[in-house]
Each structure stands twice: as C-alpha cells, then as structure tokens.
Design a protein around this ligand. Structure first.
Ligand SMILES: [Zn+2]
Length: 228
C-alpha cells in the first residue's frame, strides 16, 4: 500500500500547484524523502508548453486543426489580417475548436520601420477584421519577424494587447524536413516554453507532416499543452 499512498501524496501536491497556491518546489524534499512517484507527479504538474502557428489562416490551417483535434491539443494562432477574409470559415473554426487568436499585423511588415500611426493601423485594422469575422477580439499580439523596439512595443500595449514571443523557433518555414522540425521543437522544449511554427505564408506541408510526431513526443516527455 506504500505505492498508492505515495501516489495520493503526489496527486495532492500536484493539485496544490494547479490551484495556484504558492508552494516551494523544494518543500517536500525537506519535509520528507522524495519518492520517485512524487517526483513524477511534480514534474507533470509543472511541465507546460504552448504551440503557436503564425502567418495564417491558409489552406494548411484545416490540416493543422485536424491534427490538434485528434490529439486534443489547443494552440494559439497568430493571424495576418489580410488572410482572414479569404479564410473566414477557417478562422471561425479556430475559435469554435477552442484555440486562441493572436494578432500578427495586417501585412507582416517590420514594425521597427513603421511610423507609430502606421503601426497602429496594422494592429487596429487586423483587430477589427478578426472581430468582424470571428466575433472575437484577440488579446495578444506577435511582432512579424519578432522585430520590435520600445517605441512600437508601446504602440502595441496602448491597444491593450499583450506581446507574445517564443522560446523555440523551429524555422519550419525554411522547410528543413519534417523530422528536423519535430526534433527542434522537442529538443528546445522546456517548462513554460512557446514553440513557433507556421500555418501560412508559403508551403507548409512539412509543418503539417511533422505536427503529429511533435505532439506525441512532447506528450511522451510529460508536457501538457497550454494557450500562449
Ligand atoms: Zn510571421
């Protein structure tokens, strides 16, 4: 019965973490010898990762959605305003299936080269377009190319948007091969990480072909998927 008792203790601590109560991760080690079961449960409670897809929606987005659905995974989609009208049904499906929308500008410019008003127009045009199609207003924004400075970050924040970065760049857009995309995502994963992939902007067949293995391997490593 020792095992089941330890299991119960592990679950109890995991649920403490999940409920947001501040608990020092080292506390159990000081209170009592840490069993292997407890270590597994602690790790499971903390290992979260977010999948993000940029530059869509596109004709590849439904395939991405199918794979996410099959694996019961939710992700964040950083959409270009100019693509939303042409793929309105797909944009609505993203929302319907529980994923998060993110504003990725209207036409993917380098924001550091834009005036404040041009930057603001890129953001608000896309907010309005996404809202008119999906009835959802994104609360997060990702800079094209990740290119920003303090001036344009202020423009974004003045629109009440949170800036979303990433911790793992799969460089899937360069079409390095499906197994390379998966291994970059899995090897780069860490707790609280954000993985960057692309469902639009070009031929994304490798991204689609790699996604199931990426999810399976991240799950096998104990990650749970969260919205970025
Ligand atoms: Zn992009």
């Amino acid at each position: 019965m020792k095992l089941s008792k330890n299991l119960a203790a592990g679950f109890a601590f995991a649920s403490l973490l999940a409920s947001g109560i501040a608990v020092s991760a080292s506390a159990p080690a000081q209170a009592a010898p840490v069993t292997s079961v407890e270590v597994v449960q602690l790790a499971a409670a903390k290992k979260t990762i977010a999948l993000t897809f940029d530059d869509g929606p596109s004709k590849y987005t439904p395939q991405v959605l199918d794979i996410l659905k099959r694996n019961n995974v939710k992700a964040t989609f950083c959409m270009l305003g100019n693509n939303v009208g042409s793929y309105a049904a797909t944009a609505r499906r993203v929302v319907r299936e529980g994923h998060r929308l993110c504003n990725h500008s209207r036409s993917h410019p380098n924001f550091t080269k834009l005036s404040n008003s041009a930057a603001r127009n890129q953001i608000t045009w896309t907010q309005n377009k996404i809202y008119s199609v999906t009835k959802v207003k994104p609360k997060v924004f990702r800079f094209p190319y990740g290119a920003s400075n303090s001036r344009v970050r202020t423009v974004v924040r003045d629109q009440n948007l949170r800036i979303l970065g990433w911790t793992v760049d799969t460089r899937d857009w360069s079409r390095p091969g499906t197994s390379t995309i998966t291994s970059r995502a899995v090897k780069g994963a860490r707790n609280g990480g954000v993985i960057l992939m692309h469902d639009g902007g070009g031929n994304r067949s490798q991204t689609v072909a790699s996604l199931n293995a990426t999810i399976k391997q991240l799950k096998a490593k104990g990650y749970t998927f969260v919205l970025a």
